[in-house]
Ligand binder design. Structure first.
Ligand code: OAD
Length: 259
């Protein structure tokens, strides 16, 4: 791919870069993107029905919401879905795009990865400065007292329970309608508002508040670079749209800038 000379020159001199990543960044590792994941075993469910506190915990305070939304309350279904996903993630490795982002971190003094992915692949690839906006699927915690645990029973009938308070265990990921981890979000907003270049990589840009970070960066004068297999709502606003797979484009970009 031929990259715009201006972008190459800018990357050589810039000190502050933020990169928002989404499921597309992990696609070449063999993980389905979020919106493609409703296939096979889980085809009959909408993401909102699986990734939601209403579906998981039949709490009294959520009762009316659950009734009006029509979401099935089935904690075991949700636990099983995430257990299946957790196992799938354990078997995957970072792809060439992840490694290229780790390489970029070596050249840019303030380089922040802001990821919506819960797979932990950026850290595995070597990036140190990673903000996980939607949590991490390998962490498990109590849905009530927030105690983290690394071991739990393998009961096929029900969701494992917290050893401290007896609450249901759940993955430490953000579900629809839940708040993002405040420290991660604040750091992501700060990185977006202060960067000189903002990358949006492999994300459809439709889930807030992550989607708004590119606009926060743009409003503060950052150059916005989108890398995606397809156009998204951000594309018309991006300064550069590099269409294709991040696992191919990012290594080529690193080579063009620092090779
Ligand atoms: P999506 O599945 O919505 O979008 C994936 C994007 O990646 C699409 O725009 C694809 O065109 C693009 N894509 C696919 N393969 C690619 C590749 N190899 N290289 C580059 N781009 C590629 O995933 P996200 O935008 O990450 O949130 O979804 C955001 C959030 O929505 C998820 O974190 C999840 C979901 O609701 C929660 O669970 C809270």
């Amino acid at each position: 791919m031929d990259f715009p000379l201006k972008l190459i020159q800018l990357l050589r001199i810039t000190n502050r870069v933020a990169a928002l990543t989404g499921a597309g960044a992990s696609q070449e590792s063999g993980l389905r993107t979020f919106r493609d994941s409703q296939a096979g075993l889980w085809a009959q469910y909408k993401p909102e029905d699986l990734a939601s506190p209403q579906a998981f915990a039949p709490l009294v305070s959520l009762e009316s919401f659950s009734e009006t939304s029509g979401v099935a309350r089935d904690p075991k279904l949700i636990w099983d879905w995430y257990a299946w996903w957790r196992e799938a993630v354990k078997g995957v490795r970072p792809n060439a795009g992840h490694y290229a982002l780790a390489e970029i971190e070596k050249h840019i003094s303030e380089f922040t990865i802001i990821t919506q992915n819960v797979d932990g692949l950026h850290r595995m690839a070597g990036n140190q400065n990673v903000l996980e906006l939607h949590g991490n699927i390998q962490r498990v915690r109590c849905s009530e007292c927030y105690t983290f645990t690394e071991t739990w029973g393998d009961d096929t009938e029900s969701v494992p329970q917290c050893e401290v308070c007896g609450g249901l265990l759940r993955p430490d990921v953000v579900w629809f309608g839940e708040s993002l981890p405040r420290d991660q979000l604040e750091a992501a907003v700060e990185a977006s508002r202060t960067c000189e270049i903002f990358f949006s990589i492999g994300t459809s840009g439709v889930v807030q508040p992550a989607a708004s970070l590119a606009y926060a960066a743009r409003n503060r004068g950052a150059v916005v670079v989108e890398i995606n297999a397809e156009a998204t709502p951000l594309t018309p606003k991006a300064d550069y749209f590099l269409q294709g797979k991040s696992g191919e484009i990012l290594p080529e970009l690193v080579k063009a800038v620092w090779g």
